[in-house]
Design a protein around this ligand. Structure first.
Ligand code: URP
Ligand code: ZN
Ligand code: ZN
Length: 493
């Protein structure tokens, strides 16, 4: 196969950060097994400046004719697109504290784990505008990111003015997806009427509605009752956030989207019965999509029930939707194989055990919700390849290509093709690592996967043609990462 530069990716970079550091040299990655969502082939990859210029079969006349300033030997390795993590929360304010990774530490950790693009969530405050939320998030991220980044918008207050702002953001590509919450009354929560109005707007302007599907009004009643009965330990977080209340909210979100005539993307699906709602809707032909996260595939309520030395270890595993009993994992893996779930993102939202998770000692409802994972996603999913749960191509599809398509970043991100950004990972499929907080790069004092042995690891990582990580040496820098404007959802095409 030989290709030359041709396609111009449709998503456009924002002026500024990315262009100031543009690379100009030629790099050839030689001798690896190129794996994309659709192909596996022994091929060399030619990079010119920040973009992929060509792919050609290893040893072919075309590949041999290339001259390059830098040659990267990928023999015995996979050459894959950089991961696209479509759900992160760097520095998110939550429960009186902030997620402990900044854009600097979180994007660096992402790159260590083979992820080269994140889509984070800019939060609208109640009474504020989407613009104010985005400005705040731009200020946190600009000049600090090691890899490219984009923003969804969390809509906490659906007003007429906000609906108009949604049109503007979709038109400019600054944010083409909007997360609404059926959970967290008094914070992010929207009632069904507000959700319907936002979805109707999405149907008209092309913005994709993302949904946190849990019945927060009912959950708050169960929280109050549990605490009154003295059930205060972390494991009760999982018990009150009942599976039925995820399934019910998922069903309701699907019906509201159907009424609005809009597509729907349900985030962090953890319950088998919620997945069944998505599968039923998809069987009916509705444009309904689902994301799950490594924590729901690899962890369970057993972790939430961990007591450890101080009886509170389970707090490390408090997130929403909550971890479910182990049996749910099989259903989620099946959903990934059958494409009833399309994306695996991390929902990376780290809080240190000491000083942050501890805020909920004696009251599980005060434990900040969220788990670290941005560094672990590609490797955990590769372990699923090793274990025979998914194919190599499916690994790339759910972790790179579909997230890019779902959120309007394709073909610039999520694939290896002429014209795409040279976000490339040379991946060692045989490297064995033991996951640990002692060696990870996330700014958090524990690992949700402590002690787990994984086979596979990113050896060399390029972000827009620049090597940011090579054989355990960090070569990247804060400020290399550029803000990405996005197209609307390309998974409907
Ligand atoms: O527990 C979680 N998921 N924290 C982050 C906020 C959210 O709902 O995604
Ligand atoms: Zn959520
Ligand atoms: Zn989240």
């Amino acid at each position: 196969m030989t290709s030359t530069p041709s396609s111009t990716p449709s998503s456009t970079p924002a002026p500024g950060t990315g262009t100031a550091t543009a690379r100009t040299g030629r790099t050839a990655i030689r001798g690896g097994l190129v794996v994309t969502a659709t192909e596996e082939l022994r091929a060399d990859v030619l990079i010119e400046g920040e973009r992929i210029a060509a792919l050609a079969a290893t040893g072919s006349e075309a590949a041999l004719s290339w001259t390059a300033d830098t040659v990267i030997d990928a023999d015995g390795h996979y050459v894959v697109p950089g991961g696209v993590d479509a759900h992160t929360h760097m520095e998110l304010p939550f429960g009186g504290t902030h997620a402990s990774d900044t854009f600097e530490t979180g994007t660096r950790a992402a790159a260590w784990g083979g992820t080269t693009t994140i889509v984070d969530f800019a939060v609208q405050s109640v009474g504020g505008s989407l613009r104010e939320g985005l400005d705040t998030w731009h200020a946190k991220a600009e000049g600090n990111c090691a890899i490219d980044y984009a923003f969804h918008t969390i809509v906490s207050d659906v007003t007429d003015a906000v609906l108009k702002e949604m049109d503007t953001l979709v038109d400019s590509g600054e944010s083409t997806s909007f997360k609404l919450f059926m959970a967290y009354p008094g914070v992010f929560y929207s009632d069904d009427g507000r959700i319907l109005r936002a979805m109707q707007r999405g149907a008209a302007n092309g913005g994709l509605t993302m949904m946190h599907a849990e019945n927060g009004i009912a959950i708050d009643v169960l929280v109050e009752q549990a605490l009154a009965a003295g059930r205060t330990a972390p494991r009760y977080h999982g018990e009150v956030r009942r599976e039925l209340l995820e399934a019910e909210a998922t069903h309701r979100a699907i019906k509201l989207a159907q009424v609005a005539g809009s597509p729907l993307y349900v985030v962090h699906v953890s319950a088998a019965s919620a997945l069944a709602e998505l599968a039923r809707a998809r069987d009916e032909g509705l444009p309904v999509f689902g994301e799950t996260c490594p924590q729901y595939l690899f962890l369970s309520t057993d972790n939430l029930a961990e007591e450890g030395a101080d009886g509170f270890e389970g707090a490390k595993y408090v997130c929403s939707t909550p971890l479910r009993p182990r049996e749910h994992q099989e259903a989620l893996w099946r959903g990934l194989r059958t494409n009833d779930l399309q994306v695996v993102s991390t929902d990376h939202c780290p809080f240190c055990y000491t000083g942050q998770k501890e805020l909920g000692r004696g009251d599980f409802s005060k434990i900040p919700n969220g788990l670290p994972g941005v560094e672990n996603r590609m490797d955990l999913l590769h372990q699923a390849v090793v274990d025979g749960r998914i194919s190599r191509r499916r690994w790339i599809e759910i972790a790179c290509t579909t997230p890019a398509r779902m959120f309007g970043l394709h073909p610039r991100k999520g694939t290896l093709a002429p014209g795409a950004d040279a976000d490339v990972v040379v991946y060692d499929p045989n490297a064995v690592q033991t996951v640990s907080a002692a060696t990870h790069h996330m700014n958090v004092d524990y690992s949700a996967y402590e002690g787990r042995t994984l086979t596979g690891r990113a050896r060399t990582v390029l972000s827009r043609g620049t090597v940011v990580l090579d054989r355990g040496t960090w070569l990247g820098r804060a400020g290399h990462g550029a803000f990405l404007r996005r197209d609307t959802c390309q998974y409907l095409d």
